[in-house]
Each structure stands twice: as C-alpha cells, then as structure tokens.
Design a protein around this ligand. Structure first.
Ligand SMILES: NC(=O)c1ccc[n+]([C@@H]2O[C@H](COP(=O)([O-])OP(=O)(O)OC[C@H]3O[C@@H](n4cnc5c(N)ncnc54)[C@H](OP(=O)(O)O)[C@@H]3O)[C@@H](O)[C@H]2O)c1
Length: 314
C-alpha cells in the first residue's frame, strides 16, 4: 500500500530534498511528501509525520496527527515549541549515531589527553618543550548523561584505559566505572574529574547546569568537552574560568547561538576549540532505515515507538 507520509521541516530546500530522497530509498513503497506539496485533505488524513525542526504552525494543520518521528536525537526545540501537546514525539535513536559520537568523544578526549592544543601553541612560538604525559588510567574522565550516547562513549573510553565516571538522573550500576546521581553526586564527581564530557539533553533542569559553581568544583587544570547543547554551559562562567586558568581547555561543538556569531569571544580564545556542531551528525542512510522500520511496524500493527516524556523533556 502506498501511504503518504508528510515531511515537515524548517531546513533549506536542498536539505529537505536530500532527506526525502534518502527516506524514499529506505521506504520505496511509501510516498514521502514535503509539507508544501500536500493538499488540505492530505494534511488532515495524516496520522504520522517525519519532522526535523518543524514549524509549529505547519504541524498545527495536521488535525489527526498521532505521532511524529523526529530525525534528530535532541528534541528540546520541538518539546519547547509545543507546550501541552497531545502528540507523541519519537526522537532518533540510532546505534550508528551513538557509534559516531563515541568516536568523537574518544578523538577529542585524546586531543586533550595528548595536550594537542598546548603543542600547537608551542609550535606557533617555536618552542621545543615536552609536557608531562600521564597514563590514560591516571586521567579521570567523567560523562554527564549515561543515555544512548553517554554509555557507549564511556565504554569506548574505558577500552582505551581511561578512568571513567558517569552522572545521570537515575543511579545506574555500570561495570568498570563509578556512577553518580543527584546534585551531591554531581559535586562529588566534578571534584574528581580531569576531563568532563557533556552528553545530556537540554531540559529546564540541565540548562545552566555547568555554571561558575560547577566549574569551581572541578580541580584546577581540568578540561571540558561539550557535545550536548550550548545552554547547558554558562558561557560567561566558562570564559572566566578559562581566563583564570582554572579550566585549562574547552572543546565546544554546541553553542547558545549557532552558527557561533562572528566576534564571539570563543573564536579567538586560546583555550577554546570551536567545532561547528559536527561531533555526531545524523547519517541519512542509517537514520532513514530506522524511520522505515518504525513506519512499517506502525502501518502493520499500529505500534508507536517509545516517545519522549514531555514532563521530563527528553
Ligand atoms: N553535538 C551533536 O552532534 C549531538 C548529536 C546527537 C545528540 N546530541 C545531544 O546529546 C543528547 C543526549 O542524547 P542521548 O541519545 O544519549 O539521550 P538519552 O538517551 O535520553 O540520555 C540522556 C541521559 O541524560 C541523563 N539526564 C537527563 N536529565 C538529567 C538530569 N536533570 N540530571 C542528570 N542526568 C540527566 C539521563 O538520565 P536517566 O538515564 O536517568 O534518564 C540519561 O542518562 C541529546 O539530547 C542531544 O542534545 C548532540
């Protein structure tokens, strides 16, 4: 049966077309249709849609929509833009995305562990100077968020020999690492962290979590990697901590405003590495295969995949 599945997104036309093509390759018997091409009747018939940063005004035209499949892992924007919605929001959970993120976490942890920013600066000064090299097991790496992404990243780092800790809302037992939960747990973990990696969703509870007090709780000379969302980290607090030398270096992939505005202090800060939100891009082929499996299950037996808990915000 050829079913129309609406695709609703604020991305530019080329990106929308590329997604529709990838989704149609994964679902050759379905017709994936951009919002603008759908008639009023087609919009009103749809019970499911695929979304990527959808415009709430466009979503509101789908009067019978039961659930939406987001192409993104982070859903803070759609959750915030649809307060009180009855719609079920299914986010992207793709093992390939977790694998790509684990690779990024290992790469940028090694960048800090191996003092690459310092050697780059030394080279610019023509300075020949060996820095101390701790063993991986002497480097305490902590992960904020032990979900789909955090847990695999932790395991990848443990394979390399780093000493791991992790913090989440629920307290977990994870072989080979110390785990923490709650505000007191966070303080305890931060005090024993050389490299902190943020892999938390952005929610009212995590917004501003890494403020001046949290940074001060970390040992002098610790570093930070933010691969989650910009507003988890308070920008002014980070810049002060970097300027004072309390925090040695920050690798930032996500920002309060993206793209990072020209002239922002991060661009030229010697202790900041700026990445353009590339730590774990969604892969169109693997993500489309996951969407296809969800759609097939729904059209065959009405099964809706697990959806975001709107009160928790993730
Ligand atoms: N930079 C990029 O390219 C990129 C790519 C993909 C995703 N991301 C970001 O990564 C985030 C995490 O993705 P995921 O798939 O791993 O999410 P997930 O599976 O939902 O895991 C989230 C983790 O964060 C924990 N958490 C949530 N709120 C908390 C709080 N208030 N206090 C302590 N822990 C809290 C959760 O604890 P519980 O286990 O106890 O629930 C869980 O362990 C996404 O939301 C997105 O923002 C970034």
């Amino acid at each position: 049966m050829n079913t129309i599945i609406p695709f609703i997104s604020r991305s530019d036309p080329a990106e929308r077309a590329a997604w529709i093509a990838a989704l149609e390759r994964a679902m050759p018997t379905q017709s994936i249709r951009d919002f603008a091409t759908l008639s009023k009747a087609e919009r009103e018939q749809a019970m499911v849609a695929i979304v990527a940063n959808p415009d709430p005004a466009e979503l509101a035209q789908f009067l019978n929509l039961v659930w939406v499949q987001s192409l993104w892992a982070g859903v803070e924007r759609i959750v915030q833009e649809l307060p009180g919605t009855q719609l079920k929001i299914v986010r992207m959970v793709d093992p390939q995305l977790a694998d790509t993120m684990a690779e990024a976490v290992l790469a940028w942890t090694l960048y800090l562990h191996r003092d690459m920013p310092r050697y780059r600066a030394q080279q610019a000064r023509g300075e020949w100077l060996a820095q101390p090299l701790p063993l991986p097991r002497e480097r305490r790496v902590s992960i904020l968020g032990l979900g789909n992404l955090g847990i695999l990243a932790a395991q990848r780092l443990m394979t390399h020999g780093f000493t791991l800790a992790g913090w989440s809302r629920s307290k977990y037992v994870v072989e080979g690492m110390d785990t923490y939960a709650g505000a007191v747990g966070l303080q305890d973990m931060l005090a024993q962290t050389d490299i902190l990696i943020a892999l938390l969703p952005l929610t009212p509870q995590t917004r501003g979590l890494l403020d001046g007090a949290a940074l001060a709780a970390m040992p002098r000379g610790a570093s930070i990697i933010n691969f989650a969302r910009g507003p988890i980290l308070v920008e002014d607090a980070l810049i002060s901590a970097l300027d004072s030398g309390h925090i040695d270096h920050a690798v930032l992939d996500v920002f309060d405003r993206e793209p990072l505005p020209p002239g922002h202090a991060y661009w030229k800060h010697p202790s900041v590495t700026v990445l353009p939100h590339i730590s774990a891009p969604t892969n169109q082929t693997t993500a489309s295969a996951i969407v296809a499996a969800h759609m097939a299950a729904y059209f065959q037996s009405g099964v809706i995949p697990p959806s975001v808990d709107l009160t928790r915000g993730y």
